[in-house]
Unconditional design. Structure first.
Length: 275
């Protein structure tokens, strides 16, 4: 059988048989696999793979995205393992490579990269038609976003506290936000002069973070740290941030790849349209 698709690691994958046994270590891609109708072949997932809620409950857990239970994966006898460059540890993947015949590496960097992701998985698992439908739906959303003129906003997108953590401009999250003309601060790119893709902020005051004066919105994500309205209200009481718009944002709709990106673009357009 000839190779059909090349993954993010440059590995060419042959078309899988109908008896493929898939373990996914990526929550958003687990959801995508179900959207492609691969329910019967999904045998393992992480505890963070929570969508579609009723279906994932029937699938064995194999730990977390970074704390994978190697023995639990081995016991499921997978033929295919789906991993992601950002979400899974290289050492863990190398251990799994010893007994999983096919490891599919994914690494979407922009919303449009989801089209390649759909095509990759559709080709490997014989779901080309479903992949095309998703690609068409995504293309429609991207076209709608590009056709609108959204007011420019500088945003601080927080993903963690104690310490505060945000996102660099070369992350998928930042690329999603750019669709509605929201630019992330600080203006850094991971890997540039040693910068991190997820920078740590020691504090949120103007003396130590002078670029904070240029921030219009502070967005508190629902994941990976589950920010709540209480966190939002606490920041609003900080007199140093009195001029900032501070609000919660659905992290799944902004950061998840796959099928959720289609809904995520709609979500961001609605948020931006409200001003």
């Amino acid at each position: 059988m000839q190779p059909r698709a090349v993954d993010a690691a440059g590995v060419a994958h042959e078309q899988a048989s109908a008896e493929a046994r898939i373990v996914s270590l990526v929550p958003s891609i687990t959801e995508l696999l179900f959207a492609l109708g691969l329910d019967r072949q999904i045998v393992g997932r992480t505890g963070f793979c929570v969508h579609p809620r009723e279906k994932v409950r029937q699938v064995r857990k194999v730990g977390g995205t970074k704390a994978v239970n190697i023995d639990a994966v081995r016991a499921l006898r997978p033929t295919h393992l789906i991993v992601n460059v950002d979400e899974n540890e290289r050492d863990t993947v190398d251990q799994l490579r010893a007994f999983v015949p096919h490891i599919v590496v994914t690494h979407p960097r922009t919303p449009r990269d989801n089209q390649s992701l759909y095509t990759l998985l559709g080709a490997i698992f014989s779901r080309e038609e479903g992949a095309r439908r998703l690609s068409d739906a995504l293309e429609n959303r991207l076209h709608e976003a590009a056709a609108h003129t959204f007011p420019a906003q500088n945003v601080l997108y927080l993903i963690w506290r104690e310490p505060w953590m945000t996102v660099a401009r070369d992350t998928y999250i930042a690329a999603m936000l750019r669709l509605v003309n929201w630019r992330t601060l600080p203006d850094v790119r991971g890997g540039a002069a040693g910068a991190a893709r997820y920078p740590v902020l020691t504090t949120l005051d103007f003396d130590h973070t002078p670029w904070l004066a240029d921030v219009d919105r502070i967005l508190l994500s629902s994941e990976p740290y589950r920010f709540t309205q209480a966190h939002c209200d606490a920041l609003k009481r900080d007199p140093r941030l009195a001029t900032k718009r501070i609000e919660l944002i659905d992290g799944e709709l902004v950061s998840w790849y796959g099928v959720r990106a289609i809904e995520g673009i709609d979500y961001l357009m609605q948020r931006a349209a409200r001003g």
